[in-house]
Design a protein around this ligand. Structure first.
Ligand SMILES: Cc1cc2nc3c(=O)[nH]c(=O)nc-3n(C[C@H](O)[C@H](O)[C@H](O)COP(=O)(O)OP(=O)(O)OC[C@H]3O[C@@H](n4cnc5c(N)ncnc54)[C@H](O)[C@@H]3O)c2cc1C
Length: 301
């Protein structure tokens, strides 16, 4: 394994200290949270930052709370924190339950942060499609104030975000899920866990009591480009329809025409397209059965 190159490192202990640093000397510094994405990239020689700012000691950024019907998650919250949170324990947050089972190893789950997943801005980052499906907002803080962006406004291209050098990703928030709503996540790789997703789908559905789709959001890790995106046309097709086998087949056809998947050494576009259609079918059937079946606990789900 390669040695890490030399770099300066600054470790603020408070949010104020961090924002002041980013406003001044640290404007061109690379933020490091717990380093599970960044350090391997530095080791591989993909990045050679001269200056790092280690935010792992900024405790104010680690929390999960619910305020006014909105779930708020601090950037330093880990995947294990999400898995253990009572606020996300209801089965309708199934997307997070699946995520925490399939994400890396337990050592990685204990370290991988929410802010780091967004900041990494790659199609392999599982939280990006989940937050897209939940229509989440990302709060960026700087000494000058705050900006609140949609996830697709933050993650603009592979390995590129719209974060300014003086800003830190501070929080992600989304509306708490209620009656009739369901979130789900599916991913496939070459193994069951500890994998880079070949295809993943995060879905959100809101169904009326008689099973009509009132709202739907579908985020695949690739649709047109190399970052997670929503399948807008498929969503449009599904809205206001009742989930039955005919609608599911129709949605698969729209999805197939919408997807612009590519082949690479991991999988062909044909394989990815077939899996995407299977994931769509499962998401629709599963969410309908869970919502209309009135499942209450994770254990039953
Ligand atoms: C063995 C292994 C398995 C993995 N499995 C998975 C998996 O199953 N699913 C998955 O999604 N990922 C996986 N990852 C990738 C990684 O764990 C995640 O991307 C993780 O969420 C990154 O969090 P971090 O705190 O380690 O981020 P870091 O590595 O510290 O940072 C990642 C990027 O985000 C930026 N950043 C971090 N925090 C902030 C912030 N608050 N504001 C602005 N920018 C910020 C950094 O500058 C950097 O560009 C795996 C990694 C490893 C090594």
């Amino acid at each position: 394994m390669r040695e890490l190159p030399d770099f300066e490192i600054y470790s603020p202990s408070s949010l104020r200290d961090l924002l002041e640093y980013l406003h001044g000397d640290g404007r061109d510094a690379t933020i490091i949270a717990n380093g599970t994405d960044l350090l391997p990239r530095i080791r591989r020689g993909e990045l050679r930052p001269r200056r790092l700012v280690d935010i792992s000691g900024v405790r104010e950024l680690r929390y999960i709370r619910e305020e006014g019907g909105v779930i708020k998650i601090g950037a330093l919250t880990t995947i294990s924190d999400l898995a253990g949170s009572h606020l996300l324990s209801h089965s309708r947050y199934e997307a997070f339950h699946v995520l925490s089972r399939m994400f890396g190893t337990w050592e990685i789950r204990n370290r991988a942060t929410v802010g780091g997943n967004l900041g990494a801005a790659a199609s392999s980052e599982d939280l990006i499609p989940i937050f897209l499906a939940l229509d989440a907002r990302v709060r960026l803080l700087s000494l000058g104030g705050e900006r609140v962006l949609r996830v697709d406004e933050l993650v603009v291209a592979k390995r590129r975000t719209s974060r300014r050098g003086d800003e830190v990703i501070a929080e992600v928030s989304f509306k708490s899920l209620g009656e009739g709503e369901w979130s789900y996540f599916q991913k496939i790789g070459r193994r069951r866990t500890h994998i880079i997703a070949l295809v993943s789908l995060a879905s959100y559905l809101r169904l009326s009591p008689d099973g009509v789709i009132e709202d739907v959001r579908l985020a695949f890790n690739r649709v047109r480009g190399k970052i997670p995106e929503r399948a807008w046309r498929t969503e449009e097709f599904l809205r206001d329809r009742r989930i039955d086998e005919e609608v599911i087949s129709g949605a698969e056809r729209v999805l197939e025409s919408e997807l612009r998947l590519t082949s690479d050494y991991r999988a062909s576009y044909l394989y990815r397209t077939e899996v995407a259609k299977v994931f769509l079918r499962r998401a629709l059937r599963h969410s309908r059965d869970m919502v209309l079946g009135g499942v209450e606990s994770v254990a039953e789900a």
